[in-house]
Design a protein around this ligand. Structure first.
Ligand SMILES: [Zn+2]
Length: 67
């Protein structure tokens, strides 16, 4: 698990941004391009966590986020 400052500085083409819901354990991943498109290049882990909503159980702002 790697902490990072923001997407632009930390993700290259082959990276994926991983999510795990703390409520139900559901996991998801985005490619670097998808993550930049949906969160913006300046998004920090805290920004992404705040905005994340679990597709499985609907919990908001409870995702663990890492690269
Ligand atoms: Zn969930």
């Amino acid at each position: 698990m790697t902490m990072f400052q923001n997407l632009h500085r930390s993700m290259s083409g082959s990276h994926t941004l991983k999510f795990q819901c703390e409520a139900c354990g559901h996991r998801a991943a985005l490619t670097a391009a998808e993550a930049r498109a949906s969160c913006g290049p300046d998004a920090t882990p805290m920004d992404i966590r705040r905005r994340a909503r679990c597709k499985a159980c609907g919990a908001e702002a409870r995702a663990r986020v890492w690269i």
